[in-house]
Design a protein around this ligand. Structure first.
Ligand code: GDP
Ligand code: IMO
Ligand code: MG
Length: 429
């Protein structure tokens, strides 16, 4: 019986969805605590692939109660589409399997319009956001002009909310961004329909989550994005607009810090990044292309090509400290099959200094040169391997070195996207 947080330790897309689905087998409750539909979490079961943006990645297990916590921002249209998609697979047959916090915030059409217009206006300096309105929705939340899920369901007040808020955004769209304005009546009509469809899922999730923690149930917290995209600790301003670190569980799910027993950090056996910003170990050669092709490194949300590079353990070490990790999960090791030599960065050299701390100054970080260790690769195909002993000795040495540098045990290594393609050494429950 324990409470376990799953976080990404890199720039997102580490395979969190795969891990959460795997661990959900024995979980009672699963909570998403931050981010929105900028997340794209892939779950592969047999021949079937499901990409989840809003619904927690354990939804394919019938006995897990999935919670969208107060720290999340929700695009109702996307969520409704996703609910339909999962139900059409014959899963999620009871509405009681999903609970949405009445304190979560709604992404309104103007948030999406402003996100896209602002990115277009930035030209060369664009962040490369997903364009889903995430930043503007969190901005409204912090400005105390956001719309909470519980208030969204209030049919009487919703039209007033739209009328009170649309003017400010239309003024920006028209006068500052030279973009089309939005029509309030259309939004009121469409979004009222969304509210009706989502009403059955509204809940006081504070109670659900706290009761489960206190009853010592198996509780999972599912992070989105990755530590290096954290609004405070990531490569600002090339980050997302929420705290992605494990500490965000407290604010985004409504539990105290003593409620967390274990923190599993997910890392890919190499590094990827979608969108702009520094990436010290990025490869612009045929090895980078090979990793991208073998790893199918295209964004699960936007389909954009992910930038690829060697494993950056300096960044992961920073993430390990920020998240107080207890365990490591190394994914996609099969993607490195067949490489002669494999490199991993263990520190940076910045302006003649050696460090393993990610500096706050983004320009300084852009000058960071990785200090690499080179390890032997392996020739075998690992995707069918199911035990530690079966893994090639070079791969075991690679994983052992990761554990040594980070001072943490490797709990899981994955050799493919499927449930069975995981070697679990330290299960969470
Ligand atoms: P998330 O955002 O962290 O949930 O990760 P994504 O779903 O965006 O990206 C991870 C991708 O890698 C997905 O397509 C997964 O199906 C796939 N994947 C996960 N683990 C493995 C693995 O061990 N090997 C391979 N080849 N693919 C994997
Ligand atoms: P998952 O949960 C990878 C990136 C975007 C952009 C930056 C800001 O699937 O790991 P935003 O739309 O959040 O304002 O974009 O963050 N980004 C992600 N990159 N995986 C994600 O989620 C991401 N969510 C946002 O590409 O660089
Ligand atoms: Mg993803």
């Amino acid at each position: 019986m324990s409470t376990v947080v799953i976080v990404g330790t890199q720039w997102g897309d580490e395979g969190k969805g795969m891990v959460v689905d795997l661990f959900s087998e024995k979980a009672d409750l699963l909570v998403r605590f931050q981010g929105g539909n900028n997340a794209g979490h892939t779950v592969v079961v047999g021949d079937d692939t499901t990409i989840l943006h809003h619904i927690p990645s354990g939804i394919l297990h019938d006995d897990v109660l999935c919670v969208i916590g107060n720290g999340v921002v929700i695009d109702p249209e996307v969520l409704i589409g996703e609910i339909g998609q999962v139900k059409s697979k014959g899963k999620f047959q009871s509405d009681r399997q999903l609970a949405i916090s009445n304190r979560a915030h709604i992404i309104m059409p103007w948030h999406k319009a402003i996100d896209q217009a602002a990115e277009n206006a930035k030209g060369e300096k664009k962040i490369g956001t997903t364009g889903r309105g995430i930043g503007p929705a969190y901005r409204s939340k912090m400005s105390r002009t956001g719309l909470r899920f519980g208030d969204f369901l209030d049919e009487k007040n919703f039209p007033d909310y739209v009328q009170d808020n649309i003017g400010e955004f239309n003024c920006l769209l028209k006068n500052f961004y030279d973009a089309p304005e939005l029509e309030p009546d259309e939004i009121i009509e469409t979004y009222r329909g969304y509210a009706r469809k989502l009403k059955p899922y509204a809940a006081d999730t504070f109670r659900l989550v706290n009761d489960a923690v206190r009853a010592r149930k198996n509780v999972l917290f599912e992070g989105a994005q990755g530590t290096m995209l954290d609004i405070d600790h990531g490569t600002y301003p090339y980050v997302t607009s929420s705290n992605t670190v494990a500490g965000a569980v407290c604010t985004g799910a409504g539990v105290g810090p003593r409620s967390v027993d274990k923190v599993y950090g997910v890392l890919k056996a190499y590094t990827t990044r979608v969108g702009a910003g520094p990436f010290p170990t990025e490869l612009h050669d045929e090895i980078g292309d090979r990793i991208g092709e073998r790893g199918h490194e295209f964004g699960a949300t936007t389909g954009r090509k992910r930038r690829c590079g060697w494993l950056d353990l300096a960044a992961v070490k920073y993430a390990a400290r920020l998240n107080d990790l207890t365990h490591l999960i190394v994914t996609k090791v099969d993607v490195l099959d067949g490489l002669d030599k494999i490199k991993m960065a263990v520190a940076y050299e910045i302006d003649g200094r050696v460090t393993d701390i990610v500096p706050a100054d983004i320009e300084e970080y852009a000058r960071a040169k990785p200090i690499y260790e080179t390890l032997a690769g392996w020739t075998e195909s690992t995707s069918g391997m199911t035990s530690w002993d079966e893994l090639p000795p070079e791969l075991r040495a690679y994983l052992a070195r990761i554990a040594e540098v980070l001072g943490l045990p490797v709990a899981v290594a994955s050799v493919g996207p499927g449930r069975a393609q995981t070697i679990v050494l330290h299960p969470p429950f």
